[in-house]
Every structure is written in C-alpha cells, then in structure tokens.
Design a protein around this ligand. Structure first.
Ligand code: GLY
Ligand code: MN
Ligand code: MN
Length: 438
C-alpha cells in the first residue's frame, strides 16, 4: 500500500525537478450548530499521501538534500481526540505515511521556507482555502524580495492541478482494483433496485435499498447524491428529492454509484415500472441505447476525446430528425446546437478519485487529447423531453405523447491497450418487454 503512494510521489518528484509542490488538505468538516459533517480529503492530497486528516500540508521538494517528502500534521492532543477521533500525530506521520520529515501544522510558518526558498518554481492550487492561498502568496512575495540578493527562488507558481491531472488520468492496477470494487457494489445495488421498480413503490424506498447495499458492502456511501427519478422527474437532470411514487407506465431513471476507499462508480439505468411500455418510450430508449453503443465504440486508445460525444450527438440528432422531433439537416442542427433541447449534457467524464475526475481534454492548439490505456470514462448519453418543452424558433411543437420521458444510460468504460472494456456491463440495459401502447 505505501509503495503505491511512494510510486505516485516519485513520478511527481521527477516531473517537478527543481521545483517544490505544496498540497493543502481539504478544510475541516463544516460544522452546523455544533454538528460535524463528514470530512473528505482533497483528492490530489489523498492521491499522493493516503493521509486522511484535515489541517495538513504535504510538500514535495525533490532538490532538497534530505527531505523530498514532508508532512505538516495536527499534533496528538488527548482532549481533542476524545471529541473528534484519533490523530496520526507527528511521529507516526513519518512511520506510517513515509514522510522524510514531519512537523506540527502549527510550525508551518517556521519550517516551510526551507523547502521553497531554493526551488525554481512552486506548484500550488489556489483553491477555496483563502487563508492558505494568502499564506502562499505572502511567502512567495518574501522569497521574490530576497531573490535579487540570493540569486535563487521560485520565479513562478504553476497550478498543481495541471501537474496532477496527467498522472491521475491514467489509473494504476491498484486504482483499477478499487474502482472495480466500487462498480461491483454499485452493480449489485442497481440489480436490487431493478427488482423493486413496481407501481406504488416510493423513489426513496429504492434509494434506501441502493444505499443499504453500498454501506453493508463496506463502501463509504454514495459517490454523489443518488438520483431515483420516476416519470417526468427523469427530465430534471439533478433531481434529488426522490419522494414520488412510481406509477405503472413510468420509466424510472436511476443514477447511483458508491465511493469505495475513495474511488467511485457512476452508473445510470432507465427501466420500465411494471409491465407497460409505450411505443414512444421504447423508441426513445432504443435511440439512447444506440447512441450509447456508438459512443462506446469510439472509446479507444488514440481516439480523440471528442469522438465519443460526437458519435452520441450524431446518433441522437439523426434519430430525432427521423422521428420529426427536430427538423433540419443533421450537421447543421448539431452546428447550431439544436440537439441540446433534448440532449443538453456532455457524453461523459473521467472517473476516479473524483466522480468528475481531473483531466485536461484539449491541447493548447485546441485539438483534442487522445484516450490512452487505463483512462476510465463514463459514457452517458440521454434524451429528455420535459413536459415544459418549448421548441426553439423554426422547430416543431412536440406532441404530448412524447412529453415527460427522460432516459439516460451510463456505463463506466476502461480504455485498454487495444480497445475498451465496459466495466459496468453486469447491469442489464436491454428492455426485453412487449410494447403496450397506453
Ligand atoms: N452522477 C453524476 C454524473 O453522471 O455525472
Ligand atoms: Mn451518473
Ligand atoms: Mn457521470
């Protein structure tokens, strides 16, 4: 386990050469009325350290004679640990987390300078912690002021997120194992949910069953707020109320995945409630499935990142034209983004320590970066025809029989050396139902 984090640090140490990278932990859990909310470590910080406490700073300084990896942590404190749980403390930070040196976070002001004053550049992400941001700027200003006499010092601050994404977008076997586990648990949850999709059941009952599977399987919990959306609720992309009753003839959209040891799954299925399916539901479902399969086909090593979204967009737009829901020439409709009336989100995102995982998608010249082996991406096209749908100028009104249908199908796809592997294929996505028009 430690060797995994050591290897990750090694890669970053090599990349930054004469620079120093500073990573700040996520802020302490938010407190509302004296009630703690769960702490979740910053993903870059966790990726490099595996250290899961707030009020910590990690420093990587490859050029330093003795200390290439330094941790600043909360010191042991009997009283505070009684209230908020044990702290690793300074000594164990070295032993357990492999730091060459560790200090109390209270000594940051005194001890940090030695790890940055001879660096030629700093790597730091100006995130939400404005107090710490201010600290880094002040430190940098002090070093710049001394630079004329000393001849050394960091001439620039580079965003550490840019640095980190190149490593995090390629998953190691260790990470892949965690993600496979998160997916296996989420697959089981979806298969439990599928059995429950009957008229009269409440969305929250299904949510509870899903999240029950997550926790009893040792997952940390949902990777994001579970969406259990029946009927027209599925047309609200971030529907989270989950308080309505399923009705015969609804389609039920479930977007749920767990976090397991910090790694995430992200799966969406749309399925019929009871045994009825209208022709419109079936047609649109088949179109989304066709778009999803066409998109998955484009997730290949060397293929540019936009190819899978283009494939999904083209399939959906052409299908909508054939159905008379959009009018015009497919290329032009796409160019004018007319498909966005029904398919308004991207086709997917990287998946890893974050659900929407880090990863720059384009090069400086605007060309798209290619997929590489061991990238993991979600593929999740959808069609949503809201009851509130209003056609854009020049587009036809939509008959009521199409309204209130929301469909998304989302798989997690691994790029392999030669092609891809759909990691979430154990949740069925074929409907296999007779079409009964209501
Ligand atoms: N569940 C979040 C997403 O699909 O991106
Ligand atoms: Mn999702
Ligand atoms: Mn997703």
């Amino acid at each position: 386990m430690q060797s995994e984090y050591r290897q990750r640090r090694q890669a970053v140490l090599e990349a930054i050469g004469g620079g120093t990278a500073i990573f700040c932990s996520a802020p302490t859990a938010v407190m509302h009325n004296d009630v703690d909310h769960l702490f979740r470590q910053d993903s870059d910080f966790f990726y490099l350290t595996g250290f899961n406490e707030p009020n910590a700073v990690a420093v990587l300084s490859p050029w330093h004679d003795e200390h290439q990896f330094v941790l600043f942590v909360r010191p042991k404190d009997f009283d505070k640990e009684t209230w908020s749980g044990t702290r690793t403390g300074i000594e164990a930070a070295k032993e357990r987390y492999g730091a060459d040196e560790a200090y109390s976070i209270n000594d940051l002001g005194k001890k940090l300078t030695q790890y940055v004053e001879k660096a030629d550049r700093l790597y730091y992400h100006f995130g939400h912690n404005s107090e710490f941001n201010g600290r880094i700027i002040r430190l940098w200003q002090q070093l710049l002021a001394k630079m004329t006499k000393q001849g050394t010092g960091p001439v620039a601050i580079e965003d550490s997120k840019l640095l980190m994404q190149q490593f995090r977008r390629v998953k190691s076997p260790f990470e892949l194992e965690k993600i496979r586990r998160a997916i296996a648990i989420s697959v089981e949850a979806h298969n439990v949910a599928r059995e429950m999709a009957q008229p009269g059941v409440y969305e929250y009952e299904i949510q509870a069953a899903i999240e029950n599977v997550f926790r009893r399987s040792g997952a940390m919990g949902p990777a994001y707020p579970s969406i259990v959306a029946t009927g027209e609720n599925a047309c609200i992309l971030h529907y989270v109320e989950n308080n309505q009753q399923l009705a015969e003839g609804d389609l039920l959209l479930i977007d749920a995945g767990c976090a397991y040891d910090y790694y995430n799954a992200d799966i969406t299925r749309t399925l019929p409630v009871g045994n009825r399916l209208s022709e419109e539901q079936k047609i649109l479902y088949d179109l989304v499935l066709q778009a999803q399969l066409a998109a998955i086909e484009q997730v290949q090593p060397g293929k540019p990142f936009n190819a899978f979204h283009d494939a999904a967009t083209r399939t959906i737009t052409a299908g909508l034209v054939e159905l008379g829901l959009l009018v015009g020439e497919v290329d032009q409709l796409i160019e004018e983004k007319k498909h966005k009336a029904f398919f308004m989100h991207g086709t997917g995102h990287f998946l890893g320590l974050d659900v929407h995982d880090t990863g720059i998608l384009r090069n400086m010249d605007k060309s798209w970066k290619p997929f590489a082996p061991n990238n993991i991406v979600t593929v999740e096209p959808g069609i949503y025809i809201s009851p509130r749908y209003k056609p854009a100028e020049g587009q036809p009104a939509v008959e009521d029989r199409w309204k209130g249908i929301g469909i998304r199908i989302e798989d997690d796809v691994l790029v392999t050396e030669t092609s891809n592997e759909v990691l979430t294929s154990a949740v069925p996505k074929t409907l296999n139902l007779p079409v009964l028009v209501h």
